[in-house]
Design a protein around this ligand. Structure first.
Ligand code: UT7
Length: 321
């Protein structure tokens, strides 16, 4: 059977690391509050010359190197972002140009924090139709540029970064590697709970992120536990078969609550929220790259990705490495 097989991962972070204590000099907050309520200790913030595309390009180069794949072999680039360099063209085409990939297909998808799951599902579908043989799937964000730095309820929660994977369509055995199952969801009913209050067609400005955190939290735990159960049912497996869960990194308490709901041991959850904060569409591939490079995730492991974000959008995907 033809499956999309994950060949390599890469990631990139801005140079500037900002601690909770540094933020406490700017807004009325404290390291204690941020650590206790979110698990976040620091985040990376893009400086001059660092953009969503520059981070995406760096992450993509590292993923290609890890996969041993040349840029010229890539026929499809799907990039998830809610913070593109420009309204258009798509950031994916900037990556394509910088890497020197000629031809093929390149576009962005926008599902905020679930963006990487949506991008991977899109690439997986296109690879399995034969539209391309090898794809780059990227999540890249510079949320620091849409934060209200006077709003302590949101500005302490986010960071910038990018993560990327190389997928290849391969003919594999039933128990072979690749994406085994994916479920995506959206529910526009709650779009006002997490949104940006501007855009090219409404205000003509970029706008700032606004969030009713407590309500988002409540929906996140319920939706994530449900979608994980759906994916496990699709492959007729229990949670104990999963070696690693690589979740969207929004809040350590959401990770703990979801794991508890599913009976998943905490030591099988990859946690990077303490180091990177919430990097939206970049958070899943960033965490995946960290846990792959430090040797935790190994070939043959069953890895579950999951995310939930503005819209709401949410989803999960089970991959054999
Ligand atoms: O990536 C997309 C998905 N996003 C998420 O999943 C985010 C989900 N939500 C969350 O992670 C949490 O709801 C937050 C971390 C945003 C907030 O934590 P919380 O435990 O839900 O706090 P809260 O909003 O109920 O606020 C508790 C108190 C409030 O003060 P009062 O009204 O009790 O006097 C806030 O004003 O904490 C106050 N507060 C702060 N205090 C110090 C809010 N932000 C801060 C802050 N520093 N940065």
């Amino acid at each position: 059977m033809i499956r999309s097989v994950l060949r390599g991962t890469g990631s990139a972070l801005p140079r500037n690391c900002v601690t909770n204590a540094q933020l406490a000099e700017r807004v009325d907050t404290s390291d204690d509050w941020i650590v206790e309520r979110t698990g976040i200790r620091q985040r990376y913030i893009a400086g001059e010359g660092e953009t969503t595309s520059s981070l995406a390009i760096e992450a993509a180069r590292r993923a290609l190197e890890a996969a041993g794949v040349e840029a010229s072999e890539i026929g499809l680039i799907v990039l998830a972002t809610a913070t593109p360099d420009y309204t258009f063209p798509a950031t994916a085409t900037q990556v394509q140009q910088a890497l020197g990939c000629r031809g093929g297909v390149a576009f962005d998808v926008q599902a905020v924090c679930s963006g990487f799951l949506y991008a991977m599902a899109t690439a997986d579908s296109l690879l399995r139709t034969g539209m391309a043989k090898k794809a780059l799937v990227i999540g890249a964000e510079t949320f620091s540029r849409i934060l209200d730095w006077d709003d302590r309820t949101t500005c302490v929660l986010f960071g910038d970064g990018a993560g990327a994977v190389v997928l290849e369509a391969q003919d594999v055995a039933e128990d072979g590697p690749g994406i085994l199952a994916t479920r995506l969801h959206a529910d526009g009913e709650h779009c006002d709970l997490l949104h940006v209050d501007g855009g090219p067609s409404s205000t003509g400005t970029v706008g700032k992120l606004r969030m009713k955190g407590r309500e988002v939290f409540r929906h996140a735990v319920v939706n994530l536990a449900e979608v994980l159960r759906e994916v496990l049912a699709d492959v007729d497996m229990g949670i104990q078969a999963v070696d690693w869960v690589v979740p969207h990194q929004a809040n350590a308490r959401i990770l703990d609550a979801t794991a508890r709901k599913l009976g998943l041991p905490a030591e099988r959850v990859v946690v990077t929220v303490d180091q990177h904060a919430n990097t939206s569409a970049a958070s899943v591939p960033l965490a995946l790259d960290v846990a792959t490079r430090d040797g935790r995730i190994k070939p043959g492991d069953l890895v579950m990705f999951e995310a939930m974000g503005g819209g709401f959008t949410w989803g999960a995907s089970l991959v054999r490495m």
